[in-house]
Ligand binder design. Structure first.
Ligand SMILES: Cc1cc2nc3c(=O)[nH]c(=O)nc-3n(C[C@H](O)[C@H](O)[C@H](O)COP(=O)(O)OP(=O)(O)OC[C@H]3O[C@@H](n4cnc5c(N)ncnc54)[C@H](O)[C@@H]3O)c2cc1C
Length: 399
């Protein structure tokens, strides 16, 4: 199988970053995104950890992304009494390109899509995949509007409820990870409840794991993770901010922390989602089709690594396709390199979600909750755009 034309389904973090990486590696690439325009829902916020920022730097997309959001240099951990347990630097806090960044999901996707378009990469919006036809010589994506796109390789980057996954692993579905998660934004948090900008506060509350930070403009971003049965679909669809405050405030008011005051000051923008994860061992590959990002390995949000893992996927995949002698070897190497790391993250994040806690603080230059396989030095080598991933992997096997 020789890859020249690549069809990417999904223009989120994984799909757009993969397009940037494959384009940089010299492949012909086009992205097909279901959403009708790039201004998709602003949605929840996320943090890009230093490993994700490192991946972005390899595809020359740091500037595009650091134009939005704000950096996070430290994490403070409070217990339920409000006492500070620890304050630690986050990741590579001293490097402006690699330090953690907090931004909204929609902002990240828009920044990546604009960068892709600036480089001449085709992104077709309003193209919702209906089915995949995987043949011996080519693979074709059929869209709900009757159009289609054919390539040598189809990359399914269509997220948690992936349609591409149905053609590879028809029975694999994300499962509930034991927590539902609220996200809110407010400009009216009481001054006493505000944290320093560039610092994220994690509260180990008695009824919720809570986190908050403040943007340079003074807007407080917060989340609360609650253990228990999954929320029903009609409740998440119909719940109003007042309903969510009624549910959350009694849990937060038990503790002497800033959490309850911040939530009480948020009367309009509160989102909620059930935390889900993909089962370990979900197949990612069949014929000319490959899953990446959440479609392959969605994890609960507790470690805050989903977007960073998607960015790593993009760089490692492009390097494998660039450096391996043939496509079969490239896809096989990609899976060998990625599966242990992303599945470790699923397990680590799910463990935190099911135990209801915040990740433990880490004392030094590590990330808040890193996925430790491969080791950091090896990860740096894997992501390094100028190193030959095939040669270095062979050397490691021989060594
Ligand atoms: C509430 C929440 C909070 C999170 N917090 C963090 C965090 O702090 N840190 C972190 O790193 N990660 C976080 N994540 C995870 C992170 O957002 C995801 O891991 C990351 O966005 C994965 O990107 P993706 O491109 O694989 O999937 P997505 O971002 O979901 O993108 C999939 C894309 O595919 C498109 N699509 C779907 N179906 C079709 C179709 N049939 N045809 C064409 N296109 C289609 C969608 O419109 C979408 O644009 C969070 C996730 C959620 C839900």
């Amino acid at each position: 199988m020789d890859v020249r034309r690549t069809v990417i389904v999904g223009g989120g973090t994984a799909g757009t970053a993969a397009a940037l990486a494959l384009h940089k590696a010299g492949f012909d690439v086009a992205v097909y995104e279901a959403h009708p325009d790039s201004a998709e829902d602003i949605g929840a916020f996320l943090t890009l950890a230093s490993n994700g920022m490192r991946a972005l730097a390899q595809i020359d997309a740091s500037t595009a992304v650091t134009a939005t959001g704000f950096p996070l240099a430290a994490m403070r951990v409070l217990d339920a009494s409000g006492a500070e347990l620890a304050q630690v630097p986050l990741g590579e806090a001293g490097d402006p390109l690699l330090q953690y960044r907090c931004l909204r999901r929609g902002e990240l996707n828009t920044a990546l899509q604009r960068e892709a378009e600036r480089r001449g990469i085709r992104i077709r919006h309003g193209a919702r995949l209906a089915s995949v036809e995987d043949g011996p010589d080519t693979v074709t994506a059929h869209f709900t509007d009757g159009s289609s796109a054919t390539g040598d390789l189809l990359i399914g980057a269509d997220g948690l409820n992936s349609t591409v996954r149905r053609s590879i692993a028809p029975t694999a579905r994300p499962g509930y990870a034991g927590q539902y998660v609220f996200y809110g934004y407010t400009t009216r948090a009481p001054l006493t409840a505000r944290t320093d900008s560039a610092c994220i506060t994690m509260v180990r509350g008695s009824g919720a794991a809570f986190g908050c930070t403040v943007s340079p403009e003074g807007e407080t971003y917060w989340f609360a993770r609650i253990s228990g049965k999954a929320l029903a679909a009609d409740e998440t669809a119909q719940g109003t901010p007042a309903h969510w405050q009624d549910l959350l405030l009694p849990l937060l008011r038990k503790d002497a922390t800033p959490a309850a005051d911040i939530v009480a000051a948020t009367d309009d923008r509160i989102l909620v989602t059930n935390a889900t994860e993909m089962p370990l061992g979900t197949p990612w590959r069949s014929g000319r089709t490959l899953l990446i990002g959440d479609a392959a390995h969605a994890a609960s949000p507790a470690t805050g690594q989903g977007a960073s893992m998607a960015l790593e996927d993009a760089v490692v995949l492009a390097k494998c396709l660039r450096d391996a002698p043939d496509t079969e070897s490239a896809l096989s190497l990609y899976e060998t390199l990625r599966r242990p790391r992303v599945e470790h993250n699923i397990t680590a994040s799910g463990t935190i979600s099911r135990s209801g806690g915040n990740p433990p603080p880490r004392p030094s230059a590590g990330q808040a909750a890193p996925a430790p396989r491969p080791g950091e030095d090896e990860l740096i080598r894997l992501l390094d755009w100028d190193s030959d991933i095939w040669a270095t992997s062979r050397q490691r096997d021989l060594g």
